[in-house]
Design a protein around this ligand. Structure first.
Ligand code: MN
Length: 154
């Protein structure tokens, strides 16, 4: 097995030497729009991965929840994120913690790509998608309803 490279240079436009740009969800089973994934670190001794996700303007991640936690730093662009019952504007270098079993979604503003670093356990449970009942419950909060509606118009 190859040892990980000790130094990998940044390229233009949020790419890195030796890091492939991957499809966001391998199985294509969940709703999302215009988002790519790069695995920057995948270290068994740390037990975690550090990924870089990037959404094109108006792109969004899957609305989901799971037992594993995310530690996120916004790296470029502006947008909004839903964490549980809160919707917040986010900007570069803001930090976001996604606790266990908490609904979450990231959405880029229309004019601008948004990218973020996301640390996650290597061994982790599969994300759950909201049922119709879960979505109804989320939409009872007008701020969340507005966030979800924004996330789905092109
Ligand atoms: Mn997630």
């Amino acid at each position: 097995m190859d040892e990980p490279k000790r130094f990998r240079a940044a390229r233009d436009n949020f790419r890195w030497d030796g890091v492939a740009e991957l499809a966001y969800k391998q199985d294509g089973s969940a709703p999302f729009k215009d988002i790519s994934r790069q695995v920057l670190f995948d270290e068994p001794s740390l037990g975690c991965q550090l990924r870089y996700f990037e959404m094109k303007p108006a792109g969004y991640s899957t609305l989901e929840r799971h037992e594993h936690v995310h530690a996120v730093m916004i790296l470029r662009g502006h947008g909004a994120c839903l964490v549980g019952d809160e919707v917040r504007r986010v900007k570069p270098h803001d930090l976001v913690t996604i606790p266990p079993m908490t609904w979450h979604q990231f959405r880029a503003d229309p004019g601008e790509a948004m990218g973020f670093l996301c640390m996650v356990n290597q061994a982790r449970d599969k994300p759950q998608l909201p049922s119709a009942g879960d979505l109804d419950a989320l939409r009872k909060n007008p701020r969340i309803a507005a966030f979800l509606d924004d996330a789905h118009h092109d």
